[in-house]
Design a protein around this ligand. Structure first.
Ligand code: ADP
Ligand code: MG
Length: 456
């Protein structure tokens, strides 16, 4: 409710209970300026008003406010000067808090991105364990798995999941949640030693402790960056212990497993394993298409994006979800620049040309092999990925499958999906067939050897 309306309504109630002389004398010049931290704050013209209202009218005003708002506000009466001073103090405090990012009860300073939720996190085989663990922690903070340690390559959704946990907890409880990256933790720790320029007595150490210990849930992203910061690690160790001993939930992410965090103190690594450690894997083809569809839906674009385009992106972009998202953005932008051209497979191929070759060399080994093999046999790479059975395509496809199996760590089923949705036994037979023929046919052996060299 609007502050002014609320105040006017309360005044009406008060007016009915008092003589008009009293009302005019004490309430005529009363101004309500704020409701803060459960307190209604008023400005009064003179000290005598302040005294009178505090001593004789407190209960009447409080009761009136209770009737209007259903809330038992405390009251505070201030002179203009006092209000000014209070505001200044508050501003200074807020500035420091802002700098330090002190979380408030309402979660204003939780640093959470409201766009990352469980609702828009697409679940598949590669991330379902991580998602389930995250949801259990969100539902039972501090109880189920403490700490929760999530690790996996870049762009697989670790940060998204962590924000989802935080948002869920904020929505379903009044716990205080704080999300920081380990970089930010380091910066905050370093700023403890900063001198306060104005000489005011704000205590940075207290602010640091308040920020990191006076919370219920600490989410710390990309912990691997704590590696080089020895002193900060010690501080983090204490923070961890304090929170842990209080059954406060700790959630950590990293690009590698606790065992591989070689630059981190042993005692930290051990603690990271006390709770649950979950690994997020790269999304398979099917999950990639689902994520793309979800992003397209959320994007609310004017044009439909056809299924063959989605599949094209999913099979060529590698597993970094950030790149999948980027390719949609790029595609839409491209179509707009082309005067709203229809989004077709051809347009997508054109729009994503540079993108895809980059994605290939970085991420998608299978697609890279397909491309090199297709070039060698002078056929279309799309055909290698299709279901076509003609011999001039089937044979190169078998060679490509063989190379995928021997040169990457991809599974038979994964390879199958990337070759026109073949099932894993077909892939196995193809691989065995090529291996057998290589022994009998030295030309084939030479071809394979050359392709292997090209690929390395
Ligand atoms: P990480 O922290 O592991 O590097 P992010 O959480 O930042 O990855 O994810 C990169 C982008 O991909 C984000 O925009 C995120 O929303 C999106 N993303 C990743 N995985 C999924 C998923 N399973 N469903 C929906 N979006 C996802
Ligand atoms: Mg991240």
């Amino acid at each position: 409710m609007n502050l002014e309306i609320l105040f006017q309504n309360a005044l009406k109630i008060i007016e009915n209970e008092l003589s008009s002389l009293s009302f005019q004398t004490w309430f005529e010049d009363l101004k309500m300026v704020a409701i803060e931290e459960g307190k209604a704050i008023f400005v009064v013209p003179m000290a005598v008003h302040k005294k009178q209202l505090e001593n004789n009218y407190y209960d009447i005003i409080r009761e009136a406010f209770n009737q209007v708002t259903g809330t038992n506000f405390e009251l505070e009466f201030l002179l203009e000067d006092e209000l000014k001073k209070k505001k200044e103090e508050q501003k200074a405090k807020e500035e420091i808090q802002q700098e330090q990012g002190v979380p408030s009860l309402l979660g204003k300073k939780s640093n959470l991105n409201p766009n990352y939720t469980f609702d828009n996190f697409v679940v598949g085989n590669s991330n379902k364990f991580a998602q389930a663990a995250a949801l259990s922690v969100a539902e039972n903070p501090g109880k189920m798995y403490n700490p929760l340690f999530i690790y996996g390559n870049s762009g697989l959704g670790k940060t998204h999941l962590m924000h989802a946990i935080g948002n869920y907890i904020l929505q379903n409880s009044n716990r205080k949640v704080l999300y920081v990256t380990s970089d930010q933790f380091i910066n905050d720790f370093i700023s403890i030693n900063k001198k306060d320029a104005s000489g005011t007595n704000f205590n940075y150490i207290d602010f640091f402790k308040d920020k990191y210990r006076n919370i219920d849930v600490l989410i710390i992203d990309d912990i691997q960056f704590l590696g080089g910061a020895t002193q900060t690690q010690q501080e983090f160790f204490h923070t961890f212990n304090t929170l842990y001993d209080d059954s406060k939930q700790i959630i950590i992410s990293s690009d590698r497993s606790p065992d591989d965090l070689k630059l981190l103190e042993e005692r930290l690594r051990t603690r990271f394993c006390w709770g649950l450690t979950v690994n997020i894997f790269p999304p398979d083809f099917s999950l990639r298409t689902q994520i793309l569809r979800k992003k397209i839906l959320a994007g609310n674009f004017e044009q439909d994006i056809p299924e063959d385009v989605i599949e094209y992106i999913a099979s060529n972009m590698g597993s970094d979800v950030r790149q999948l998202e980027g390719s949609i953005t790029r595609l839409i932008a491209y179509s707009t620049i082309m005067g709203g051209a229809n989004i077709t497979l051809n347009l997508a191929i054109e729009a994503l040309k540079d993108f895809i070759s980059k994605g290939l060399s970085e991420k998608n080994e299978i697609a890279r092999i397909q491309k090199v093999v297709a070039e060698f046999f002078q056929i279309n790479v799309e055909d290698i990925r299709s279901k076509k059975r003609s011999a001039n395509i089937a044979f190169p496809r078998q060679v490509a499958m063989y190379l995928c199996r021997t040169m990457t760590s991809e599974s038979f089923p994964k390879i199958g999906t990337e070759f026109g949705g073949k099932d894993h036994s077909t892939v196995m037979h193809s691989v065995e067939k090529i291996a057998r023929e290589m022994k009998e046919n030295s030309d084939l052996a030479n071809i394979i050897e050359k392709l292997q060299k090209d690929l390395e």
